[in-house]
Design a protein around this ligand. Structure first.
Ligand SMILES: NC(=O)c1ccc[n+]([C@@H]2O[C@H](COP(=O)([O-])OP(=O)(O)OC[C@H]3O[C@@H](n4cnc5c(N)ncnc54)[C@H](OP(=O)(O)O)[C@@H]3O)[C@@H](O)[C@H]2O)c1
Length: 353
């Protein structure tokens, strides 16, 4: 198989480090260029405040962090971006203009009508937007994005519930991990022994992004799904792993056993194509009363951290309502893992290389 050379923007951040943790084990994507802001010019191992117990891989520890500009990534086939949204606008567009295909974690371009917002299991056909984007913006390269970390697990679980059973309404309450706010993130005095019932702009993003991802591609545009959604976002004192409770209503009675089977049976193009970062089973359904839990389930899946775990599947106020709890790893399935999976799908479909 052909080797893909990757460059990484935001290499020192919480999400950037997840790429450094995942990509050295990848069968055909190599991480060749690391780029940063304040860390540019330094050796990666010295610049980074490393968050994992595994050490920084030797070859990357000694790599020099480069300035975030297209010349730094010369010879690379794809650019992963883990930049904050303000920095992302200008920098990512420069890379796309210069002919690079950028896969971005930042929120900046997620809702642009010509930019795909990807979860490969859920909306693989949306990649087609890249063709229109290139023509419209006169870019040789392009920008594909991945969702907010809270949306990924939710949209994966909603997909079979919406398509199979026609879910009519969704009410979501999140309990989001600290690493979702980057490093150093939320001050320890604010979050220790505490829950903060507000995350700026998050509730709007969750509803809008989920509807775009679940939407249909027609006439080269995405028609967002019209499911009404109510969202409450909370920051909790957990390091990794976003937990969410979902309450969904349907037109007809729904048997929780049928819903649980549809979730466990859910598969998408990455599973059919056997992409290396695709878990064999994207949604794992637990039957114990006290699962999922962040400490026990955040690394679920044949590719650790890439499966969403669902539990407590039961009826709601009546037989037409369903309640469940879901958990997904925010920096793996909610960030770097889904971006790497998107790049794998783009390579298979001829958008990279
Ligand atoms: N954390 C999550 O769970 C999660 C999940 C999904 C998506 N996201 C999104 O992913 C992005 C990164 O999040 P994060 O949590 O990793 O943030 P973070 O820990 O604050 O890291 C930010 C990174 O961006 C670099 N950077 C900042 N300003 C720059 C500039 N002007 N030019 C070049 N590089 C610059 C920093 O490099 P220096 O250290 O060199 O300055 C650092 O490597 C954000 O857009 C976030 O919304 C995060």
């Amino acid at each position: 198989m052909r080797q893909i050379k990757a460059a990484l923007l935001g290499a020192t951040g919480a999400v950037g480090q997840r790429y450094i943790n995942m990509l050295p084990k990848h069968p055909y994507i190599s991480l060749d260029v690391l780029m940063g802001g304040e860390s540019a010019g330094k050796q990666y191992g010295e610049a980074v405040h490393w968050l994992f117990s595994d050490p920084v891989p030797d070859e990357l520890a000694k790599a020099r962090v480069k300035v975030a500009r297209p010349e730094s990534a010369a010879g690379c086939d794809v650019v992963f971006s883990a930049l904050p949204s303000e920095a992302a606008r200008d920098i990512e567009e420069k890379f796309a203009q210069a002919g690079f295909m950028v896969v971005s974690e930042a929120s900046t371009h997620r809702m642009d009508p010509d930019v795909p917002l990807m979860i490969p299991e859920v909306n693989a056909p949306h990649l087609k937007l890249l063709e229109r984007q290139g023509m419209k913006r006169k870019w040789e390269g392009g920008i594909a994005t991945t969702p907010n970390c809270t949306v990924t697990g939710l949209a994966m679980v909603l997909k079979p519930l919406v398509e199979r059973f026609g879910a009519q309404k969704a009410i979501v309450t999140t309990m989001q991990a600290l690493s979702g706010a980057g490093y150093p993130g939320v001050p320890s005095l604010a979050i220790t022994e505490n829950i903060i019932p507000y995350i700026k702009n998050e509730e709007e993003k969750v509803a809008k992004e989920a509807k775009k991802i679940l939407g249909a591609l027609r006439d080269e545009t995405i028609r967002p799904h019209d499911i009404p959604m109510g969202v409450s976002c909370n920051r909790v004192s957990v390091i990794d792993g976003h937990t969410e409770t979902l309450y969904a209503e349907f037109d007809e009675e729904i048997d929780p056993r049928d819903a649980a089977k549809a979730l466990a049976d859910f598969r998408g193009p990455p599973q059919k194509l056997k992409l290396p970062t695709a878990p064999e089973q994207p949604i794992i359904v637990r039957t114990e009363n006290d699962r999922p839990q962040p400490r026990l389930d955040r690394l679920a899946g044949t590719v650790p951290g890439m499966a969403v775990t669902v539990g407590r599947v039961r009826n709601g106020i009546d037989g037409k309502a369903l309640q469940l709890t879901l958990l997904s790893h925010n920096t793996i399935r909610g960030a770097a893992g889904t971006a790497i999976l998107t790049a794998e799908l783009m390579e298979r479909e001829g958008y990279i290389g």
